[in-house]
Write a protein that binds this ligand. Sequence first.
Ligand code: ARG
Length: 462
Amino acid sequence: MKMWAGRFSKELDEGVNDFNSSISFDHVMFREDIEGSMAHAAMLGAQKIIPQEDADALVAELGKIREELESGTLTFDPNAEDIHMFIEAVLTERLGDVGKRLHTARSRNDQVALDLRMYLKNRIAEIRELLRELLAVLIEKAEQNTDTILPGYTHLQIAQPVTFAHHLMAYAQMFARDDGRLAGCYGRMDAMPLGSGALAATTYPIDRERAAKQLGFSKITENSLDGVSDRDFCIELAAALSLIMTHLSRLSEEIVLWCSSEYKFVELDDAFATGSSIMPQKKNPDVAELVRGKTGRVNGNLMALLTVMKGLPLAYNKDMQEDKEAIFDSVETVKLCLKTMSPMLRTMRENPGTMRKAAAKGFINATDCADYLTKKGMPFRDAYRITGQLVAKCIERNETLETLPLSEYKAFSNLFEEDLYRAIDLAVCVGQRNIPGGPAPEQVKRQIAELKSRMGFPAKAD
Ligand code: ARG
């Protein structure tokens, strides 16, 4: 029998019961539901809304239920409507009238709004910890590669030389911003909605601040209608998670490319790559590809949440039960991807030799050749045109800018001297990009130090 059966003359249709039920996915919030109920019961007792001994009995029994659910001696009833109804039903079965007092001055609408906020706050803390691990790996690899020349690309065409450290640090900057987004999202989510009731708060003299304090919230929600019907905290988190996946996906795509025999910039550890069922020579970057692939579902979850909410009148509507599977899936997917990516990156071996060889192809120092002329007084546009002609000459003669004889250079401009060859040396090209934000080793070291201090990491690698 349903708790709300009083008004009804028939049992709920079995199919509708299944359709309506959310316990198959909201049971994961049982700890938060119990903790929230404990705080609510304690507050009801302290405010003398229910007898103190009833409050104490509720808190004690809720503690037992939590233990039994943790150990598996109590299992979730798949026919229960949701986790909230399930726990209240167990309480009432065990405590009779005392159990029935728990829901005084509360609605499932503010209860679910509370549970979901608490659950997601806990998950955000875990995801931020995983992001820190990923950042630590990226920074560690960057520290080892500040002198490792890597071709930089635009349009996937070789463009200008950078270093492997600079490239990795670009991702570190993205993930650090992701961490900041999670922190901001956490701050806005950190408002305690209990007391909003079904939609119009309650007539009982409850103490919302007390519950907020006990449950670790920094503030309470300010509007009961908003408290029960806002899900922007879910959407915002889903968006932040989509961005994490987008960044992981771009990095994954590069790893896939870098592992190919065309690039060979890195080699994955055997423990993080897979073989083919038919082609014995293969070593596939499945992990990176799966991370890239899973980005699709996380982005899909964001769209699902936005679409569920877009036409809902205030306040609670059952549509909102659809929030959970979407946001839970995004949370779990991101956690799984971060947990897999960090050790894969840590064990990945870079190949500075092939990176450098690739950088030596494709006239990557053409800009530096033009800059050489500009620094000797030629307007940049003229220097650009001459360098273009030099590149054409090299292609015609099957040479590179490094191997083309000075006499050929001089045919284009008398400004060229022997020191040209030093100016277009790759290490010099990188080293001279020595302004804040640039790839010069000195600047990348500064960049690493800045990020470490921003993230509260120890300054020296031990
Ligand atoms: N399982 C429901 C949900 O997730 C809990 C709130 C139900 N409230 C209601 N008025 N039916 O949204």
